[in-house]
Design a protein around this ligand. Structure first.
Ligand SMILES: Cc1cc2nc3c(=O)[nH]c(=O)nc-3n(C[C@H](O)[C@H](O)[C@H](O)COP(=O)(O)OP(=O)(O)OC[C@H]3O[C@@H](n4cnc5c(N)ncnc54)[C@H](O)[C@@H]3O)c2cc1C
Length: 757
């Protein structure tokens, strides 16, 4: 993250989390360039390592073993991770355009997005399962697996494309699917495999001994080979080849030559006939020196390089070096691809073939060798020392323009307090001009008026419900942070049963180059605005100042009828109510584990997703099912909020630990001691618990004290309505909402919360 001491001067944006970028991030962490910020934009958090993917399909490796966790890797490298799909490149503005969020500016951009399938054959796009993009294949494979498990009778699987990828994939699928059927006591011979090749020989880029060996293996395994038979048409249930023959095929897996992503054609970059980015020897686009490309998406200037992960991996170091050199205005260094490369191709069972030029070897030892190489490669992404990002090496200063030098000197000089700490008017004006808050007839003077204060009309018969929240950024994606900050602030108003009306923002941004401050503010406020707009809450003004860290908060106004009809307060619990929690808990411990590189990327994805889920519909559902008491979970954790409700309501509560909805990974993180700084003081409230010895070691126990950000609603709903209420909550997308306990009449016991397992 940008800080006043370490301002961001240049941005390198990495598009796609392919093999080159994964290795680059690992290396960058050891040799960062001060002032340069890396941002990785990828649609997936876990990217597959191609070398082990067939082994995973065959059932030899787990999902985790063959996927690189990009979110944790980026965190370790001190890079930002934006989980998003890139849909265009605006080269004139120097921006990467992403799906559903503001564009991301770059000084240099590197593209490593792999390839997309060439599904030009009629019917292939609708009826075939493409293996590319490789990151999407996993889901398709799981669907095929489920289909085979439930299918009765014969099933014909056709693989189209007999390069190394197609042959290896077929053998891996066959191995696994036969094992699945055997485990289900079904006949594995019910599966029939066909391999279609447009060439007369399979594996055309390998030597004759490799070709002969694989032909023999395929025959031994009962695979029907259709060589020199290009597939020309695919229908549901069958396909046709160039000879006019039609073959039955219940599933068609497409592993033919791939092409570049369609959006690359709109970038104006020079592409080759297949749509891949033409690069020079420095992995730099031949038509734009600010754009680099590596891996399958790069088209090498001399002989065509095989589309193989091994090249993508080898390109990582020269790519990193040249991105740095390009920013430092130093001469670039050419990448020299290996003339011959070793391919280790597995045969589904624990056997493999080695192929390099005319060299051929095969057997279980080749598999063990491959396994050793692959595991060693993946180990570098699993053992990420927490201090990696802090490793700093003094580097030559980046060339700066005069205006940038002045801005940096100013940012690093003594900063004023008072109104001197405001963000410059020009930056603010540019950001506000790009934000388009939703108009509201109740806003008489708002953001666009530029006046000293907003003037709002209260609709007749309504009274105001007000709340304020503010916190510093805990995630390096300002757009996501903006969304969560707005959601968190709105949670208070929804918990009261009110309708959101208007909001004032309070933001701090670290000083630095004006362009970076502007982008930070724009990203963050765009995220916040998307949430406020969806809640029909007008952004009517705010204040933006300089601070050590990025932080955002809102003062939110809500409306409720003046007779307070529908108001939910903390004091409204009634004995007999069921306690319902609408979202899972565990965000505090997960965010700490992420900081320490001890969380899995998909745990954090899920936690961010719940934090971005609005509580607006949940509040409506709870009210409609008779809730009179409600609160939103925040920093004091579940127990703190239970106590805040039980005391003013004059009731006791029974809480069932095993019923708590918990985010994946939260219990593990808490058990491993990754606890938030507020946890210890929250845990002092444990004296309010009556609990049996059985509760003491329960994995959910520490989560009672875990501070929540944008947590769910906790409400008391009449027991008779709780089942219908849960059904409605699930239908609204609160899939983990559940009853976590009951409200009891106040007892003489000094502890108001009974804990049961
Ligand atoms: C079955 C099979 C087995 C193979 N086995 C081997 C092998 O053993 N050895 C070998 O060297 N090669 C192998 N290959 C080839 C290998 O898969 C590819 O060459 C390799 O994956 C290319 O790597 P890459 O770095 O270019 O991109 P990829 O690995 O394809 O990664 C691209 C990344 O970019 C992301 N992305 C894509 N588009 C976007 C977008 N618009 N916005 C944001 N993110 C995006 C994806 O999510 C993904 O994370 C195999 C291929 C197949 C099909």
């Amino acid at each position: 993250m940008q800080t006043p001491e370490n301002p961001v001067v240049r941005d390198i944006v990495l598009v796609g989390g392919g093999h080159s970028h994964a290795v680059l991030l690992r290396r960058w962490a050891m040799r960062p360039l001060p002032g340069v910020r890396l941002t990785l934009i990828c649609r997936d958090t876990h990217t597959p390592y191609s070398g082990m993917l067939p082994g995973h399909i065959a059932g030899h490796y787990s999902f985790e073993q063959v996927h690189i966790d990009l979110r944790t890797l980026a965190q370790a490298a001190g890079a930002r991770f934006f989980r998003s799909e890139v849909i265009a490149l605006d080269r004139s503005a120097g921006q990467v355009v992403c799906e559903g969020r503001p564009p991301v500016p770059y000084d240099r951009v590197s593209i490593n997005i792999g390839a997309t399938p060439r599904l030009g054959v009629p019917g292939a796009a609708s009826h075939a399962l493409p293996v590319k993009p490789i990151d999407r294949f996993h889901q398709r494979w799981l669907e095929l697996l489920a289909r085979v498990r439930t299918h009765s009778g014969k099933l014909r699987l056709a693989v189209v494309g007999a390069g190394a990828g197609g042959v290896e994939l077929l053998l891996a699928m066959q191995w696994r699917l036969r094992a699945e059927l055997k485990a289900l006591s079904r006949d594995p011979d019910a599966l029939e495999f066909h391999l279609y090749s447009s060439t007369a020989q399979i594996l055309p880029s390998h030597n004759a001994r490799v070709q002969r060996h694989f032909t023999q293996v395929l025959r031994q395994r009962g695979v029907q080979l259709h060589t020199a038979q290009a597939v020309t048409q695919v229908w549901a249930g069958c396909l046709q080849t160039a000879s006019g023959q039609v073959f039955d095929a219940d599933a068609v897996i497409w592993v033919t030559q791939a092409t570049g992503a369609p959006w690359l054609r709109e970038t104006g970059l020079a592409l080759d006939e297949a749509g891949f980015i033409r690069v020079n020897e420095n992995l730099q686009s031949i038509s734009d020196e600010r754009v680099f490309a590596a891996g399958d998406v790069a088209s090498w200037p001399h002989a065509q390089l095989e589309k193989a992960g091994v090249f993508a991996v080898r390109q990582a170091m020269p790519l990193m070096d040249n991105l740095r050199r390009s920013l430092l205005a130093q001469p670039l260094r050419p990448y020299r691809p290996q003339r011959r490369w070793l391919a280790l191709i597995s045969t589904g069972d624990a056997n493999a073939v080695a192929s390099r030029g005319r060299f051929f070897a095969q057997g279980p030892w080749v598999w063990r060798w491959k396994d050793w190489i692959d595991r060693r490669f993946m180990a570098q992404f699993e053992q990420l020392p927490a201090a990696m990002a802090q490793t700093s090496v003094q580097a030559p200063a980046l060339p700066l323009e005069d205006v940038e030098r002045e801005q940096l000197l100013s940012a690093q000089a003594m900063r004023c307090g008072g109104c001197g700490a405001k963000v410059s008017a020009s930056v603010l004006a540019r950001v506000l001009a790009r934000l388009q808050p939703r108009p509201s007839s109740d806003v008489l003077l708002g953001l666009s008026a530029g006046d000293d204060a907003a003037v709002l009309r209260l609709p007749p018969g309504q009274v105001l419900v007000q709340s304020v929240d503010f916190f510093r950024a805990f995630i390096d994606d300002p757009y996501v942070f903006g969304r969560i900050a707005a959601n968190h602030a709105l949670g208070d108003v929804f918990a009261m049963g009110a309708q959101a009306h208007s909001a004032l923002a309070l933001a701090t941004v670290p000083p630095g180059l004006e362009s970076r401050t502007e982008d930070l503010l724009l990203q963050m406020m765009s995220g916040a605005l998307s949430v406020l707009d969806a809640a029909d809450c007008a952004l009517v003004g705010g204040h933006t100042g300089e601070g050590q860290e990025l932080a955002l908060g809102f003062s939110v106004n809500g409306l409720i009828p003046q007779d307070l009809q529908g108001l939910m307060s903390k004091a409204g619990l009634q004995p007999g109510d069921s306690l319902i929690l609408t979202k899972p808990i565990g965000t505090g411990t997960l965010l700490v584990a992420h900081q320490k590189l001890r969380a899995r990327g998909h745990w954090i994805d899920a936690a961010l997703q719940t934090m971005m889920q609005s509580s607006q519909q949940a509040a409506q559902v709870l009210r409609a099912h008779g809730a009179r008491a409600c609160t939103d979970l925040t920093g004091f954790g579940l127990l703190g909020h239970l106590l805040e409700m039980s005391r003013p309501s004059g009731v006791d509560l029974r809480l069932q630990l095993s019923a708590l909805p918990v985010l994946e990974g939260a219990a593990e993180s808490a058990a491993a001691g990754h606890l938030s700084s507020l946890h210890a003081s929250n845990a002092q409230m444990a004296s309010a618990l009556q609990s049996s010895a059985a509760c003491a070691g329960h994995p959910h126990l520490p989560l009672l004290f875990d501070p929540q950000t944008a947590g769910g609603l906790l409400a008391g709903v009449p027991a008779a309505q709780s089942a219908a209420c849960l059904r409605a909550l699930h239908a609204q997308g609160y899939t983990q909402a559940c009853v976590i306990g009951q409200v009891l009449a106040r007892s003489a016991a000094p502890q108001p919360v009974q804990l049961v397992v």
